[in-house]
Design a binder for this molecule. Structure first.
Ligand SMILES: O=C(O)CCC(=O)C(=O)O
Ligand SMILES: [Fe+2]
Length: 307
């Protein structure tokens, strides 16, 4: 078996070991796209489905253009380069920009359009629906914008657990631009991760009103991340970090229990992607993420607990 060599990869400035023992590529499930039983089996086994080319590339390009136009208007891009290159203006740093997806028909039409919804209805075996809230990442260059290792369940556990994230790159994402990584087998690590999976980031201790800020869990300083250090997490939880270079049209779908993080953006360009959520329409849905202006993690989302 030939061993692929990877460019130098980093997580928050630390080099990742990319030997086969520690790092690998995601399994492509295009070959079984017409076999729903195998797709479900793969999700159960791997905790993810990597589906290159699920979406229409031209539609992805339109969504990319719409996001970049807004960034250009806000003077976050270097105007001496073509818009679609998305070259960042030096010194501008941000990472999480859901505002760029709001009232953005090109983005919404892509991630909640026919290709995506039909796939989820087929995969789930019934009519699918989606959260209305659209997460959008515009990862500016540098070691500070990489996503810290987490499982999505801690942010969205108040409805069905048969809920899936679709990570959609709005642009081709090389290893240097830094796409998503998945921790191999993590969705099955109940013993190591069970306590973390039970966390709801919007709960707080209600023993007395002064303690309102104190969350009743070990992860209160991390914003929901399992740990800030992706290298430590790999050693602690086990499994390799798996990633890939992505093209426009690709989608990476994963379970609420699958640990993921991202690579550093080592380029001078912005890495743009959305992450969106899908479930059966008949199942209970987490009220924080639906409606015209979802309450998200706002004040109304908080639940007090005696702890
Ligand atoms: O795009 C990223 O870096 C993070 C995405 C993410 O956390 C998700 O898709 O749930
Ligand atoms: Fe996530």
């Amino acid at each position: 078996m030939s061993t692929k060599t990877f460019p130098a990869l980093y997580y928050r400035g630390s080099p990742l070991e990319t030997t086969p023992q520690y790092f690998g590529e995601l399994r492509d499930s295009t070959d079984v796209i017409n076999d729903v039983a195998t797709l479900r089996q793969r999700m159960a086994e791997d905790g993810y489905l990597y589906l290159p080319g699920l979406l229409n590339r031209d539609q992805v390009l339109e969504a990319r253009r719409a996001v970049l136009e807004r960034l250009a208007e806000q003077e976050s891009l270097d105007p001496t380069y073509p818009l679609l290159d998305g070259v960042a203006k030096a010194g501008v740093e941000f990472s999480y920009r859901p505002d760029l997806a709001a009232q953005n028909p090109a983005v919404q039409g892509l991630v909640y359009g026919e290709d995506m919804m039909n796939f989820f209805s087929y995969f789930l075996g019934g009519e699918a629906t989606h959260f209305d809230y659209t997460w959008l990442r515009a990862k500016m260059p540098g070691p500070n914008t990489a996503t810290q290792p987490h499982c999505d369940i801690v942010y969205m556990s108040r409805g069905t657990k048969q809920l899936y994230t679709a990570w959609t790159p709005l642009g081709d994402v090389s290893y240097e631009l830094g796409g998503l990584m998945i921790l191999e087998g993590s969705h099955r690590k109940q013993e190591t991760l069970g306590e973390y999976w039970a966390v709801d980031v919007d709960t707080y201790c209600d023993n007395d009103k002064d303690s309102k800020e104190h969350l009743p869990w070990t992860w209160h300083n991390t914003g929901g991340a399992f740990d800030k250090d992706a290298l430590k997490v790999r050693d602690q939880v086990g499994g390799r970090w798996l990633s890939h270079e992505y093209n426009m049209g690709d989608v990476l779908i994963f379970s609420m229990y699958t640990m993921h993080a991202s690579l550093d953006n080592q380029t001078n360009r912005v890495r743009i992607s959305t992450d969106t959520r899908y479930q059966l329409a008949a199942d209970p849905i987490d009220g924080r993420w639906i409606g015209e202006t979802p309450i998200a993690h706002g004040e109304e989302a908080k639940i007090g607990m005696i702890c």
